[in-house]
Design a protein around this ligand. Structure first.
Ligand SMILES: O=C1O[C@H](COP(=O)(O)O)[C@@H](O)[C@H](O)[C@H]1O
Length: 454
């Protein structure tokens, strides 16, 4: 171990879970490639019995040959260990945190109820002055438990030392939205209900359950994707321009937009749909019906597809539907924000056809833009056609998880969900969850590999 200055010890609780291997580790590897000045000591902890060798092998697998020879990466690989412990037990947690050197960042990759217990255990310990807590989603299981988790965290550290993870805040498109909206006259002028007829925020995935029943079953698409990620995207689309792009103004404006957001017409039955995949084939892979996936409990009635329509009651967006949808095992990966513009106030007589509505589409994963317009294309001289302008955005410097971790290390709260916002997102979907729990919205079947419920 090294006693070097500037060392951060990242203690990950719940590190034997799939999130750590699938998202956190690759994020960390990408981060070190771009920010080699970080010296990270990585301590994994959980109840699993893992030998040091097994742990190092798992961590090492995230780094390729070339990266292992670099200073930041080899520091991490030489300074990592697994400590078998139950972090909700104060004595065991003390032992884990005792391994830390330098600044301590404690990452809670745990179910919300366990995170609360860990906070209670932390209260019994002498904590270092410079201490950060990173909380994975889902943050709570409803508005009340999210508020309780906030309270528990605030007994330990100030809001500035809590980093609530939502990797969609660092998707290329969410970051692009700011520049696109605020720094371009063309878009700044049309960014309101005066010109925009509707907004669609879509995150369709070809992936099915992929062995994640432990987390997903009983959670479902509404909580997994809409409550957290898609509402953050909605906030970026709908918010008023912040006075500055700093953590206070940016997050104030996002919070304001979400406080103005609710289910369309206050009617969760008419404004939501849910579905669940049945057997089918996606990209040549045969998927069983969701209820026959390993470890799924059919009595939980978990939806794998969720759709809700919201309104944002502000001067800018009054009357504009925001449709949010996400589903698994669908025909294609469609990850986009789509703004459909209203027709022009006057159509010059003699210009035939419409060519379809003008739309601006932002690919959430790549940030690429597609603008669909009516033009006098190549056919009849005065007949309108639909033309497509596309704009590619360059490669991002690292994966969204890497950016979010980097922000946590560098105290950049712009990429962290503020506590009140985490609670508000649960409040927005609460009426939908109630209607679904009461059986007022039917569960629609859709075949894996299809476009979703008809
Ligand atoms: O947090 C989650 O996000 C992923 C989708 O994000 P991606 O960056 O991996 O495309 C989703 O598949 C997963 O169910 C959810 O928990």
């Amino acid at each position: 171990m090294s006693g070097q200055d500037g060392v951060i010890t990242l203690v990950v609780t719940g590190a034997s879970g799939d999130l750590f291997e699938r998202l956190l580790l690759p994020g960390l590897a990408g981060l070190l490639a771009v920010r080699p000045e970080h010296r990270i000591r990585l301590v994994g902890t959980g109840r699993s019995e893992l030998s040091d060798e097994e742990w190092r092998e798992q961590v090492g697998a995230a780094f390729d040959e070339e990266s292992r020879t670099r200073e930041a990466e080899s520091f991490l690989l030489e300074n990592t260990e697994w400590v078998q412990a139950d972090p909700s037990e104060a004595d065991q947690l003390r032992e884990v945190l005792g391994r830390a050197e330098g600044r301590l960042v404690l990452y809670l990759a745990l179910p919300p109820a366990v995170s609360i217990k860990v906070c209670q255990a932390l209260r019994e310990l002498d904590l270092p002055e410079d201490f950060k807590i990173v909380a994975e989603k889902p943050f709570g299981t409803d508005a009340e438990s999210a508020a309780q988790l906030n309270e528990e965290l605030h007994t330990l550290v100030g809001e500035e030392d809590i980093h609530r993870v939502d990797h969609f805040l660092a998707l290329p498109a969410t970051l692009d939205l700011l520049g696109l909206r605020l720094a371009n006259r063309l878009f700044a002028q049309v960014w309101s209900g005066v010109h925009v007829e509707s907004v669609d925020i879509v995150y369709d995935e070809t992936l099915g359950l992929e062995g994640r029943a432990g987390f997903y079953d009983g959670t479902g698409a509404l909580v997994d994707m809409v409550q957290s990620h898609l509402l953050q995207v909605l906030a970026m689309v709908a918010m008023e321009p912040p006075a500055r792009v700093d953590a206070v103004d940016l997050r104030d404006q996002m919070a304001h937009a979400l406080r103005a957001t609710s289910v369309w017409d206050d009617d969760p039955v008419a404004s939501s749909r849910r579905g669940r995949y049945t057997a089918g084939s996606v990209d040549g892979r045969e998927l069983p019906s969701y209820v026959e996936e390993e470890d799924v409990d059919p009595s939980l009635e978990t939806e794998t597809y969720a759709e809700i329509t919201c309104r944002v009651d502000t001067e800018r967006w009054a009357g504009v539907p925001f449709r949010l949808r996400s589903g698994k095992a669908l025909a294609e990966n469609r990850n986009e924000v789509r703004l459909t513009l209203r027709p022009t106030a006057h159509r010059t007589p003699g210009l035939e056809g419409t060519g379809g509505p003008e739309t601006l589409l932002i690919d959430l994963k790549t940030g690429h833009l597609t603008l669909q317009l009516a033009t006098n294309g190549t056919g009849e001289p005065f007949e309108l056609e639909r033309s497509t302008l596309t704009g590619a955005v360059g490669e991002t410097r690292m994966k969204p998880y890497g950016e979010v971790l980097n922000a946590a290390f560098e105290d950049d709260a712009r990429l962290s969900v503020r506590g009140d916002v985490a609670v508000r997102c649960w409040e927005i979907i609460a009426p939908v969850r109630e209607a679904w729990a009461a059986g007022e919205v039917p569960m629609q079947d859709y075949a894996a590999g299809s476009d979703g419920p008809s």
